[in-house]
Design a protein around this ligand. Structure first.
Ligand code: ZN
Length: 500
């Protein structure tokens, strides 16, 4: 039985990759400053072991046999399809290329950090050129030489193409730009900003206690995961060992709270994947956009709702009596839902964030067609930023140099964030059809119905279906930006008194 022989090979490759991931978690949470070089050696030794397991010749033989077998069950086909994709990525890149790409990624990162510090795009441009060339070569090795950007998107979201993203983003942009303009012009925008600025002096130990209560209440299982502190929040691990991180600032209490709820959404997804299938397609998430939809749904649709705060606000005030004394409930709610365009993506609110992603997608797309030469990037960025966000960066540090992603060749990753927002909104309206008064659940501190529904319809599916197919099955419709636009209009249009 080739399938019975394949499964333990897949599981072993996956288990080894989780050990590598754990090294990465430890590096960001615990590593003594002097241990960086030793950790780099551990990473590279581990990467070799993982690669050997993922490219085992026997795996290739078994996959070929299975692909030639008629009448495989749908589940087996899904496992074989995704295993083939991973196997090809592990075996079709020549070792020299892999080494060159790793070395270039590290050089690119340092060049980016220097260029950003000195606001010197010209010194970084040659590294970006090289990364683009490597990305095109990688796509060609995998058989996608004629559509390298599709390949880049597919790396993070299997089955997603540039044409599909283009269609979705064009429609979203048309509706979102006027909404943002109207919100910003509303007098309530200034009140929301001022309310946020009054949230100062929240003791960190009480913040820790509060977010632990919130994330536990919405369903994160601390017997099978934990939360620690790191410079940038993230979530890694899977199954019964999920590692989340956050960071605390006394004067920005909503930052730790909402970033933790976001990571909790990722963590709930990983904890909800079917444990018996860990290591194959039935036990892995359906791509980064679907992952992001889970974090965004809890962070935005749930935790920015009035029902959610009806339950948690009394406890919040109890834990932080002094800094909340002068803050009214409405000001708290406005601070939670403040909208303000910013040049910097990672500082953006829920509404304008999508415009930052559209900007990056449009630029990546033109870089890959060759229509936009690397040297013209800073100018193209300024134009796009003015058009989309309404702000023009005075320096490249606040423009094209702000993100790390391209420095090591991670093209095609940004769209996942916005696709995730679209999926979250589309899932949300399906939830509301089935349970119109779900905010009443939240107001009682009850998140069970929602989590159970996501568990059954999304988490338990693993990667049986790819994201776009899963969305169609769960919601009965193709993925469309109209749900996100509707959600943003309902929540923010109402709050800010605007109706574009
Ligand atoms: Zn996320």
């Amino acid at each position: 039985m080739p399938f019975a022989e394949l499964l333990p090979l897949l599981k072993r490759a996956h288990t080894l990759s989780t050990i590598g991931e754990l090294l990465g978690w430890d590096e960001q949470v615990n590593l003594p400053p002097g241990a960086a070089e030793q950790r780099a050696a551990q990473h590279s030794a581990m990467a070799e072991v993982v690669h050997a397991a993922a490219s085992a010749p026997r795996m290739g033989e078994l996959l070929s046999q299975l692909e030639a077998t008629p009448e495989l069950s749908a589940e087996t086909q899904a496992v074989v399809r995704e295993a083939r994709r991973d196997y090809d990525r592990a075996t079709k890149l020549p070792p020299d290329f892999v080494r060159e790409k790793a070395a270039q990624g590290s050089r690119g990162f340092h060049a980016w950090a220097r260029a950003k510090a000195g606001d010197d795009f010209a010194s970084y441009a040659p590294f970006l050129e090289k990364n683009l060339e490597l990305a095109r070569r990688e796509a060609a090795y995998l058989g996608h030489g004629d559509s390298p950007y599709d390949y880049m998107l597919d790396k993070h979201d299997p089955g997603v193409t540039a044409a599909a993203v283009d269609r979705l983003f064009t429609e979203l942009k048309r509706d979102l730009v006027p909404l943002v303009r109207a919100i910003v012009a509303s007098p309530i925008a200034a009140r929301a900003r001022a309310a946020g600025e009054r949230l100062r002096g929240f003791p960190i130990n009480a913040q820790q206690m509060f977010l632990r209560e919130v994330t536990g209440r919405i369903g994160f299982d601390y017997q099978r995961g934990r939360i620690d502190v790191s410079l940038h929040p993230f979530c890694s691990g899977t199954g019964s060992d999920v590692r989340m991180t956050t960071r605390y600032q006394e004067d920005q209490p909503l930052d730790a709270l909402f970033s933790s709820i976001h990571e909790t959404g990722h963590g709930l997804y990983e904890q909800g994947l079917p444990a018996e299938h860990l290591g194959n397609a039935l036990g892995i998430h359906a791509g980064m956009a679907m992952h992001e939809s889970q974090s965004r749904l809890w962070e935005n649709q749930v935790a920015r709702s009035r029902g959610f705060w009806r339950f948690f606000e009394p406890r919040w005030r109890e834990l932080f009596p002094a800094p909340t004394r002068e803050v009214s409930s409405e000001d708290l709610y406005l601070a939670i839902n403040a909208v303000e365009p910013t040049l910097i993506r990672v500082d953006a609110d829920e509404v304008t964030y999508n415009l930052h992603i559209i900007l990056r997608f449009e630029i990546e797309k033109r870089l890959f067609t060759g229509e936009l030469p690397v040297r013209d990037l800073p100018a193209a960025w300024r134009v796009a930023s003015r058009e989309l966000i309404g702000l023009e960066p005075a320096t490249d540090r606040e423009g094209v140099l702000q993100d790390v992603h391209w420095s090591d060749g991670a093209f095609g990753y940004f769209p996942s964030y916005c696709l995730g927002n679209m999926i979250a909104a589309q899932l949300w309206y399906r939830v509301l059809e089935l349970r119109p008064a779900i905010e009443e659940d939240f107001a009682r501190g009850d998140f069970r119905w929602l989590l159970d529904w996501l568990r059954e319809n999304v988490h338990a599916q693993g990667r049986r279906f790819r994201a776009l197919e899963l969305v169609r099955r769960v919601t009965g419709q193709e993925l469309s930006p109209k749900h996100l636009t509707r959600y943003l209009r309902e929540r923010y249009g109402g709050l800010y008194g605007v109706h574009p």
